[in-house]
Design a protein around this ligand. Structure first.
Ligand code: ISE
Length: 336
């Protein structure tokens, strides 16, 4: 029997997930969606040719016996409460990142999940399923470049809208790096400092762009992450690991090479939904299988919490200009 899903929020990622659930993935059906704007929701469902019930009140949808599990794809600041509402009645939730706006919010989710006695939450850290990052991790864990010493990373978006702020660089974008780098090198963060280079003239009033995050891990690895969300040339994710015996780089996604007009070129993606399409498909299928088998294995609420502890320190460092401590807690057996 197909897993019956209800989706909260039908922005870009909500629409992408609805489409993949009903057209690409196995054993799943979108039966309901909720959005404050019911008319827009109906229009989106018509366009996607999906027959699902539309709710204005997301909590009514969460409580509906017609819905087995929930996808939270609403705006970032609403995630925490929807996840809490769903897991309090024992329903599994796939929640887009960030799990909550700070570590305190993630901790509430962790405590509720642990009280329920089983994993109910998977966080949308899709890069853990990206074939490129998985291959890079294998090179590191196989010891091919020796112990990692330094990581150079960049996360560039072509542009962002006017609502995007200096803080959102951390809570909405850097949060992916904070998760994936911790996963990649199996280490926790110790400190962070934020550097603001000259701001691009493509930015706007409430956004300092680009920003550089200098992180140190507990094993002494140094990481620099450039976040540049108005880079204007495309969507570009870079990661280079400098090890004792060699260097390993995240592979470029493969696109066709062209020779034309005196140029040798390959296409760059312009949007994250295309760059990470395989990872999104695999992560969501893993959630669906996990709920059906009553055993979730994907990025957990603890991963969401660990990334948010680091994000909180990054926010502090943005304001202080100092090196801020990242206080990591030991992971409970429940999440091992
Ligand atoms: C967006 O929400 C994502 O999750 C993308 O992966 C990230 O690259 C982008 O910066 C975010 O705004």
């Amino acid at each position: 029997m197909a897993l019956k899903l209800g989706v909260i929020g039908i922005g870009t990622i909500g629409q992408e997930h609805i489409h993949r659930c009903n057209n690409i993935l196995q054993d799943v059906k979108i039966v309901a969606v909720s959005d404050i704007n019911v008319e827009v929701a109906h229009n989106v469902l018509n366009r996607l040719k999906i027959d699902a019930k539309v709710y204005q009140n997301s909590n009514h949808m969460i409580n509906s016996p017609e819905v087995d599990a929930i996808l939270v794809t609403s705006s970032d600041s609403t995630h925490e409460q929807f996840v809490l509402n769903a897991i309090s009645i024992g329903k599994s939730v796939f929640c887009e990142k960030p799990l909550a706006m700070n570590a305190e919010g993630c901790l509430k989710i962790i405590n509720t999940e642990m009280e329920k006695g089983k994993r109910l939450v998977q966080v949308g850290f899709m890069r853990q399923y990206d074939p490129g990052y998985c291959a890079l991790k294998k090179v590191i864990t196989d010891g091919k470049i020796g112990k990692p010493l330094i990581l150079h990373c960049a996360h560039r978006n072509e542009n962002v809208d006017k609502n995007y702020t200096t803080e959102a660089v951390i809570t909405n974008t850097l949060i992916h790096e904070l998760d994936i780098l911790r996963w990649l090198i199996e280490d926790n963060y110790k400190t962070v400092q934020v550097i603001f280079p000259r701001t691009t003239s493509n930015s706007h009033a409430n956004l300092r762009d680009p920003q550089i995050f200098l992180l140190e891990t507990q094993k002494g690895i140094r990481i620099d992450v450039e976040i540049f969300v108005n880079c204007s040339y495309g969507y570009d994710i870079q990661c280079e690991v400098v090890g004792e015996d060699g260097i390993a780089r995240l592979p470029e996604p493969s696109t066709v090479q062209m020779r034309k007009n005196n140029l040798l070129s390959t296409m760059l993606f312009t949007h994250w939904k295309d760059r990470f399409i395989d990872a999104y498909n695999i992560e969501l299928q893993s959630f669906i299988n996990g709920v059906k088998n009553e055993y979730l294995t994907g990025p957990s609420a603890w991963d969401g919490f660990a990334a948010s502890i680091a994000a909180d320190a990054c926010l502090k460092a943005q304001n202080s200009g100092d090196i801020e401590i990242i206080k990591t807690l030991p992971c409970p057996i429940f999440y091992n």
